[in-house]
Design a protein. Sequence first.
Length: 287
Amino acid sequence: MFTPRISLPEHMPAGEGRWIVVAEDQKVLLVDGRYPCGDSSPVSGCRTHLLGLEDGIPIWAVTASEDGAGDPVDGVLTSKVMEGSGIAEWVNLRSLFGKVCDTDWILAGRASQVLAWERDHRYCGRCGVQTEHHPIDRAKQCPSCKLMAFPRISPAVIMLIERQGPDGPQILLAWGRQFHARFYSALAGFVEPGESLEECVRREVMEETAIEVANVRYFGSLPWPFPHSLMIGFLASYVAGEISIQEEEIIEAGWYGPKNLPPVPIGGMSIAGWMIEDWLQRVSEDR
Ligand SMILES: [Zn+2]
C-alpha cells in the first residue's frame, strides 16, 4: 500500500529506497527491468523528491538532469549504476505500462508529475521571484508575494454514451485526430473553470458529436500523467440528436453494438477500455 509523504518518518535513514528517475521527455530509468534500489540516488547532482512510502519503503522521484538539458541517456548515471551488473535502459512512460506492475506504472506517473511541477515552478508566476519549497506541504512558495504553487492537476472527463439502438444496445465511439491509425475510444475533454463535471460531460458530447445526453453517472477515475491530467470516467444516456462531428477533433464517430466494435482500447491502462469492458459485461448479462 502506498502512502504519500513529503518527508521521511524520523527513524528512517535518508536515501534508502527505490528511485524513479524521470527525464524531461518522460523517459523512466529501469535497471534490470525495475526501478533502481539503494541508499543513494542513481543520478548525481539532482534534486530528489520523496513521493511517499510503499509498504514502508521510501519511493523517490529524481530528475535525470537538473536543467533538463542534454541527452538523458548519456552522462547522468552515477558510476554505481554504470558499473553494476544491471542493464540500464530508458523507457518512455507510455511504453512503461505492461513492463512494470500497474502500481509501479502509477508511481512513475506520480514521479513525472511531481518533477514537472518542480521544473515548471522555479519562479513565481505572479512576480517572477525564485520560489522556495514549503516546509510542510508539497508546494512551492514565493518568498516575496507568498503565492503558493501546488502540483498542477488538470481534470478531464471521459464518457461512454449508451443507447438502445434498433438492434440492441449501442455505445458512442469516436476516432479522434490524435490517433493516426483507425482507433476508436470514448469521448473526452478538459473541464472548464466554473463548470461541474456533469455539465462538462454534456457540453463536450454536444460540441464533439451534437448528441444530447442525460443521466450522467460516475464510473471511476485514473491519473493520466501526460502531462498532468486526471481522467474522470462517466457513463451517460442518449437523449436526442443525430451525430454531427466536430471535424477539428474527430475523424469519425458512430454507434456500435457489442458484435461490431471497431478497434478500441481494451486490455490496457485506459479508463475508456475499462468502461467499454464494463458495458460489454453488462449487455452480455442482459441477453
Ligand atoms: Zn511572487
